[in-house]
Design a protein around this ligand. Structure first.
Ligand code: APR
Length: 231
């Protein structure tokens, strides 16, 4: 029998229990940094070293972190469902937990790309991407990250996945950043949509079942129910 398609849409909350800070919680990254100074094309033009330093810190933390029970439960669901992960996260914890199909809407911290040719993407060796690190064309490399104000090139592909979902599981996202948050609207009518997040998320889709638990508790719990047909 063909497996049902499960799309898992994740945000910073799925990696919180791996020690990676979220953005908008009380101790979130956007409390400490100003978005306009580290995560926009204007910031890059004004002070690229500051931007590179911000992402070097993020990369070092990702390298030191490990997947948690939520990442692992999502990977293990591949035995029962055709699982497509769509993540807003730039870490690689889904991949390291064993998920085989992961689409990174907002880029990947372990990759860099050419400022001359956006299709030229290379791995970052180690924790640091420095001013003066150049691509094969001789241009400065920038973090392979979608900054505020930039296009989200993988959005149409992500929307197609969500439109084909038999079940949609949303984990650890405040759903405040568009266009990513709009993905929920692409789920077919009648597709069960679950949200695992301990916070008060403003969900703009009717019928979403909100499980107010942390990712490492809530996702394995819900995964077990999805597998045995109780959810
Ligand atoms: N388990 C599950 N969810 C959690 C946990 C946890 N242990 N801890 C916190 N959360 C939830 C919070 O309740 C909140 O709803 O994670 C969510 C984090 O929200 P944000 O910090 O806004 O992160 P996210 O939604 O991923 O942000 C989207 O914003 O700055 C950009 O590009 C960045 O991809 C990011 C985008």
């Amino acid at each position: 029998m063909e497996k049902r398609k499960l799309v898992v849409f994740t945000g910073a909350g799925v990696s919180a229990e791996s020690g990676l800070r979220t953005f908008r919680d009380s101790d979130g990254l956007w409390e400490e940094y100003r978005i306009e100074e580290v995560a926009t094309p204007e910031a890059w033009r004004a002070d690229p070293r500051k931007v590179l330093h911000f992402y070097d810190l993020r990369r070092a933390q990702v390298l030191a972190a490990s997947p948690n029970a939520a990442h692992r439960a999502i990977a293990e669901l591949e035995a029962h469902f055709e699982v497509q992960v769509v993540t807003q996260n730039i870490d690689d914890l889904h991949e390291r937990a064993g998920s085989s199909k992961v689409l990174h809407l907002h880029g990947e911290i372990r990759l860099a790309r050419s400022t001359a040719d956006p299709s030229l993407v290379v791995p970052v060796n180690g924790a640091s991407l420095a001013w003066g690190d150049r691509c094969s064309l001789g241009s400065q490399l920038r973090p392979h990250i979608v900054w505020f104000g930039e296009e989200v090139p993988l959005l149409p592909r992500a929307a197609e996945h969500v439109a084909q979902a038999d079940v949609l599981l949303v984990v650890g996202t405040s759903l405040q950043v568009y266009p990513a948050a709009g993905l929920l609207q692409f789920a077919p009518a009648g597709c069960p949509v679950y949200l695992v997040d301990p916070g008060n998320v403003a969900v703009r889709r009717a019928g979403v079942q909100h499980l107010r638990r942390t990712a490492s508790e809530g996702v394995p719990w819900l995964a077990a129910r999805l597998v045995n047909g109780e959810a």
